[in-house]
Each structure stands twice: as structure tokens, then as C-alpha cells.
Design a protein around this ligand. Sequence first.
Ligand SMILES: [Zn+2]
Length: 268
Amino acid sequence: MRRQRFICKSCESNSDGYGGGMYCERCYMEADKIKVQLMGENEELKDKIEFLKLCSPSPTTSSTTSLAGSFSDVVLIALDSEPPLPVQAHKAVLVNRSPVFRAMLENEEMEESRSGTVKIADVRYDALQAFVNYLYTAETCLNQNLACDLLILAEKYQVQHLKHYCQKFLVSKLNWDNALTTYTFACCHNAEDIMDAALEVITDNMDKLTTQLEYVNLVEKDPQLVIKIYETYLSKQVNTAACRNPSVRRDSSSGSGIGDGGGWSDGC
Ligand SMILES: [Zn+2]
């Protein structure tokens, strides 16, 4: 008996009829991929709306700088700029976007609450300005330096939406050359998504690890992070071995496990 043939509605090729007989396999898979991507984008938009929904003062202008400047009741100061430069903002926005600002600005015992001035050390003026703008708009144009600066601020002031945004950007920029420095940075600032992604890149290139200058620095400065790299690598090896050959177990004593030159990887 001959199988029924269909014409794909998208590319008009002969097909086996996927998606209720409408598409060829390739177009069907492609459409599926786009659907997943759109669902992801949709989720991101929902998060962004949630983030922005929190009680903003009504915008009187489309310019965020003048929005933040109009009737502002709090000033943030980047102490590292010379002279220290102020960024104007509204308490209502800061306390709604950040639990740390809430604790600081709603507590009359706090100097910041009384003076309406928040002094922030170790931050460039540009980064502070971008940070405040993000609290109003959930948007910023990132480069690697700015993403690092904003991630630090997002962690410090617990702005999860921004932290996630910066992590996603920095993960997208990961490569072998920057993996170790990015890993160290992520560990310092509790950025788990970046840590995992960087460890993935590092453990995929273990043969080159010790050739990196950063590796030598890391061994000296933070040996715990180096141990974490080797632990991740080992558990990855064990998992790979177990997938390829179910008889290989963590406690394998057959001599076909880790450390014998990888002989187990052949022929299974
Ligand atoms: Zn097709």
C-alpha cells in the first residue's frame, strides 16, 4: 500500500505530512523552533511588564533623564567620579524595584532616608546612570564592561530582573579566552547562570587550562575556585562515561574509568 503524500504548505515540496498533513518535516521543525523562541520572548516581556508595573510615577515625558529629574526626591552619588556626580531619582521607583533601597529609604533611622542622598562607592557615574535608567525603563544598551558594572549593582541592590538580563548578556559573550576571568567574576558576585556556563566552557577545554595566565593567578588567589573546576570536570567525565557505558560506575574498579588515559571512550 502506498503511503499518502502531501505538499508542504510552506516550501511546496513533497512531504510525509507533519503537523496534520500541512508541512514537510523540515518546515514543521523550523516552525516548532520559532514557536519555542517566541514563547521565550513572550516570557521575557511578561517579566519586564511585571518589573515595570510596580507603582511608577506617571511619566510626563518620554525622556528618562528628565523623567527621573522632574520632582525627584532622592539623589544617588557615584563617589568614584571626580568630582562625585549626582543622579536624580524618585524614592517611589527605587523602593519598588529594590528591597535594599526600600530598607534604606523607608527607615527614618537611616542617614540615606533622612538626607535623601545615597552615596555609592566603587561605581562609575555612567554605570550608575544606566542603573537608574534601567529601574525606570527595564532597558539598557549593554557592552561587557557595563554588563559587569550593572550586575554588581543589581546584586548589591537585589534587582533580580537586571541581574538576569546582565547574566544572559555575559553568557552570550563567553568564549575560551574570557571564560576564566568571567568565571572568577561570576563567583565573586553570586552569578550562578554565568558560573555554570563558564564552567562548561572551561571543562570543555581542560587540556588548555593551565596555559592561561589567569589560571596561575586563580591558583594563588582563590584555590577553592580551582578545586570547583576540577570537581565539575570529574563529575562531567563520570557522567559521560556512565552514558557511553552503563557498566562504568562512579566507584568503577575495572580499570576502565577516569585516569587511565580515556580508553573507555572507544568502541562504546
Ligand atoms: Zn516544507
